[in-house]
Design a protein around this ligand. Structure first.
Ligand code: ADP
Ligand code: MG
Length: 508
């Protein structure tokens, strides 16, 4: 059985179990309000539905918004930010490069040794630590002093025999995963902080310059040669290993995507200089919105209760930060309309108590009596003694939420492919020409990264299944989704290398 068949089979099995649970429930009338709970589930499932026709509407909406965001500043909820990355690694890069990664779970310093062809990372040392909590809300000087000091310690510990990169100085790629208005490949100003960081004096200031100043004070002979975000780093790493890589997608706590665009298609920046005729565009796609997205009242409530209402609408339907909480909200409504979960648990009122990894563990519980579901309901939500039929109901809610999320990501990816003519839709339609068309379809790779995608099997399977349904059987084999881990670290070093290496010019 293929991967997608497994996903369908699993989905059907859940539906069948819940249906039989419903029948048992109706017959036995064990629980007050069982039929109301069934109605909550049915309505929820219906409003989350993503038949392929609707996914195609989302694909087209994504393309329209991409055009609008490229046409003018503020033309779309998709910011379509310029990155000034116009050359990507070729695989020929050689030497030692450094990277800083700030904005993920931990702060990291990397030293990467590149061995030239064929795409050989022959050494990588990483120093990883959480940023001290008080620095997240201190001053920019304190934060960058800490970063530069950590970097200096790291460099001082280097093996004495290791040669620095060309010219005696050291090239540094800086992954800074916060919204930045880029002014060149190596500079940009902070638009705003996210993820618990809040250092007011930094907003509007140049990120690289702030770091550069602190590095000079410490006598570090290093140059920030690329300032990027994690999505761009993932694209760089993907490209380093596979020259057919055209886009990168992150699906972790949050979500974002970037891709290679023709410079002349970036209308809002006429006359943009590009060595290669192309440029990587950071879509900031978490903020995508379209009336075709299947939105439920639970999404509306989640948005209203969030720190950023009306923002990041797409992200709130698909990323790891939110999926568990949508499930919690549906369960809360079920508990308010019935006693299937027994006496009301106050835990169900607690936002984000049901983290997405827990939700995934319930969804993927393959024990016959759904032991893991029972454990999580008991230990996390303080709902003990939940009968098997009700556990199945919970699994079904998880399934609906994840299925919708994964299918919407698939539609987003196909939207990017359509925008750059890699979805096969612009091809020849005549059946007679089919073999010719097959020949013309270019192999297309999308680099993908993030804990939700890499750790959640059902999510991956639903995503693959939807890609196949939207693209059709002719195109699907030519589109490859490749897990590309650690783009935010190694990818930044690669871009520093790519800039240093003149051989990379014209590589897009
Ligand atoms: P970040 O997004 O912070 O850079 P990751 O890419 O590692 O970090 O993604 C972490 C996110 O992935 C978590 O917030 C969680 O939502 C999701 N996640 C992690 N493990 C799992 C899992 N086993 N099942 C489902 N989702 C997971
Ligand atoms: Mg990350």
């Amino acid at each position: 059985m293929g991967r997608s068949a497994v996903a369908i089979a699993a989905g059907c099995a859940v539906v069948a179990c819940v249906a039989s649970a419903m029948m048992v429930g109706r017959r036995a009338r064990r629980w007050r309000g069982w039929s109301r709970v069934v109605r909550v589930l049915e309505e929820f499932e219906e409003s989350c539905a993503t038949p392929v026709g609707r996914l195609r509407q989302v694909v087209d909406a994504m393309v329209v918004e991409m055009h609008a965001g490229l046409a003018s500043e503020g033309g779309s909820k998709l910011k379509m930010l310029l990155t000034y990355v116009d050359t990507l690694p070729t695989g020929n890069e050689e030497g030692i490069y450094y990277a800083l990664d700030l904005g993920g779970t931990n702060f990291r310093v990397l030293r990467v040794k590149l061995g030239g062809q064929p795409s050989a990372v022959i050494g990588c040392e990483i120093d990883e630590q959480p940023i001290p909590e008080q620095l997240m809300t201190s001053t920019s000087e304190e934060l960058f002093d800490y970063i530069a000091a950590t970097l200096k310690d790291f460099v001082d510990r280097e093996n004495e025999t290791s040669e620095p990169s060309r010219g005696g100085g050291r090239e540094l790629g800086f992954t800074f995963s916060f919204p930045v208005k880029q002014t060149s490949l190596s500079s940009g100003t902070l638009i705003r902080w996210t993820k618990r960081f809040s250092i007011e004096d930094m907003v509007g200031r140049d990120v690289s310059q702030s770091l550069q100043q602190e590095m000079s004070l410490k006598g570090l002979n290093m140059r920030v040669s690329a300032l990027i975000n994690d999505t761009v780093g993932t694209l760089a790493l993907g490209r380093y290993h596979d020259e057919d890589t055209v886009a990168a997608v992150i699906i972790g706590t949050g979500t974002n995507a970037c891709y290679l665009e023709r410079a002349d298609a970036i209308i809002k920046c006429q006359g943009l200089f590009s060595n290669s005729g192309g440029m990587v565009v950071n879509m900031e796609w978490g903020n995508f919105w379209s009336s075709h997205l299947p939105r439920t009242k639970f999404d509306v409530d989640l948005d209203a209760d969030s720190q950023n209402p009306n923002d990041q609408g797409f992200e709130k339907m698909i990323s790891g930060m939110y999926l568990g909480d949508i499930v919690r909200r549906v369960m809360l409504q079920m508990s308010q309309e019935s006693d299937v979960f027994g006496p009301a648990s106050s835990k169900l009122h607690e936002p984000f108590i049901l983290r997405t990894p827990l939700m995934a563990a319930m969804h993927e519980d393959d024990s016959p009596d759904l032991r893991e579901v029972a454990r999580i309901l008991r230990d996390i939500l303080e709902i003990p003694d939940v009968p098997l039929n009700v556990r199945k109901l919970v699994v079904k809610v998880c399934d609906v939420v994840t299925c919708r999320a994964a299918r919407l990501v698939a539609a987003g990816i196909v939207g990017i492919l359509k925008k750059i003519g890699r979805d096969g839709s612009g091809g020849i339609t005549s059946a007679k020409m089919k073999p010719l068309r097959q020949d013309r379809i270019k192999r297309t790779v999308v680099a993908i990264e993030g804990g939700l995608y890499t750790n959640y099997t059902m999510f991956r399977e639903y995503l693959n299944e939807a890609m196949e349904q939207i693209l059709g059987e002719d195109i699907t084999p030519h589109v490859i989704i490749k897990i590309t881990e650690d783009g935010s670290g190694i990818g930044a070093a690669l871009l520093a290398a790519s800039r240093a290496s003149s051989s990379a010019v014209g590589a897009l």
